[in-house]
Design a protein around this ligand. Structure first.
Ligand code: OSB
Ligand code: MG
Length: 379
């Protein structure tokens, strides 16, 4: 067998795109929008021998978190990704490295190209090959998890819900925040849970006029404040750091790859990284960012995009390769959807951990077909 995962050969017969709609247990509200169900895009890579690998494109249905959205992703895959891979295949034997290089010509669209790479890696693992993660040591086979909770209509419902989630065993609770939220609301929550590992995620919703509010958050001693400003507002991050040096900053939307991570470290505005493998373009960049963070002593945890179990099981494999994380944004299946696409569901123990399962996911074909609302084959 060849040494690098990139050298492994694979064939492409077709790429199948499926849009699925999963009913959620509850409406999820954040600064970027309100969601009643999850409309997700699945990429299925069919090889010449009838084997198939699956990857989830975890972008939102609208361009409100990042520039990508489900319908746009399908156009990019059909018009550009598949033709680039097919052209690479017609020039010689196709391997994972060639697929990566072909997709590398596409600027932006990291969630979309990552889904193709995930599907290719999943296929390779099913036919006896390896992906990038197989080369990284498993450091936490029982992965610690936290929950990301949407905006609440009032303090009482927030306090009640936090109590329930603490009871479930979650190791961190992350609350969505946005401009207009009262500091007293958050103070009241903190008073009820003084020792809780509590973080706040603003999804880039604050601007210059939000600085005073964010500076005041430090009195609540949050575990971290995630993505207070828009993805490229390094100026405001620097200002917030200057005015409130003790407030731990976590970046999500701002970090696209090695360049933005090194910049954030250089100017001293990152204390922890919310790493979403899709946001950075997939497994290879994810592995590079894990390595860089470890070298620089930067704490990392794996974030979520409300994935179906297909994407969450993929994220779980990454999370198990992170050492010493407080908690990853990876809840069990029961927290998200009334129906799911894989068997068995992802479960969490009373200690707030999810056991690593390295096996390729077993698709529940009947559910998959029933929940599919669009399907096309790109030959
Ligand atoms: O900012 O971390 C975020 C979901 C969709 C888009 C952005 C974010 C989130 C979450 C959900 O916080 C985390 C999860 O999947 O449980
Ligand atoms: Mg976030």
């Amino acid at each position: 067998m060849n040494d690098s995962p990139r050298d492994q050969s694979l064939t492409l017969r077709s790429i199948e795109l499926r849009v699925v709609v999963l009913p959620q247990h509850e409406v999820f509200r954040s600064a970027v929008g309100e969601r009643h169900h999850r409309r997700a895009l699945l990429v299925l890579w069919h090889d010449a021998n009838g084997a198939v690998g699956v990857g989830e494109c975890s972008c939102r249905p609208d361009p409100f978190y990042s520039g990508e959205f489900v319908d746009g992703a399908q156009i990019v895959l059909e018009r550009f990704a598949q033709p680039l891979i097919a052209a690479a295949g017609s020039r010689g034997e196709l391997n994972l490295g060639a697929v990566e290089k072909a997709l590398g010509r596409i600027r932006g669209w990291p969630f979309t190209t990552a889904a193709v790479l995930d599907a290719a890696c999943d296929l390779l693992r099913r036919i006896g090959g390896r992906d990038y993660l197989d080369g990284l040591a498993v450091r936490e086979p029982r992965v610690p998890v936290g929950i990301s909770l949407g905006l609440f209509p009032d303090t009482e419902s927030a306090v009640r819900r936090l109590g329930e989630e603490v009871e479930q065993g979650y190791r961190r609770i992350k609350l969505k925040i946005q401009p207009g939220l009262k500091l007293d609301h958050l103070r009241a929550i903190r008073r009820r849970f003084p020792d809780l590992c509590l973080g706040f995620d603003a999804n880039g919703s604050f601007g210059e006029d939000g600085l005073d509010f964010l500076v005041a958050l430090a009195e609540l001693e949050p575990a971290m404040l995630e993505q207070p400003f828009g993805p490229d507002r390094w100026d405001l991050l620097t200002e917030l750091r200057r005015r409130s040096p003790e407030l731990p900053l976590c970046l999500d939307e701002s970090i696209h790859g090695l360049g933005s991570l090194r910049l954030a470290l250089e100017i001293g505005v990152i204390d922890e990284l919310n790493l979403k493998p899709g946001r950075v373009g997939g497994p290879a960049v994810t592995a590079a960012l894990l390595d860089e963070s470890r070298r620089r002593g930067l704490p990392v945890w794996i974030g979520g995009m409300f994935e179906t179990s297909i994407g969450r099981r993929a994220n779980l494999r990454v999370a198990a390769r992170v050492e010493g994380a407080t908690a990853h944004d990876l809840s069990p299946s029961s927290r998200y959807f009334t129906r799911d696409l894989v068997v068995p569901p992802v479960a969490m123990d009373a200690d707030g951990r999810i056991e690593l399962d390295e096996a390729p996911v077993e698709l529940d074909r009947a559910s998959l077909d029933e929940l599919t609302v669009e399907r096309r084959i790109v030959p």
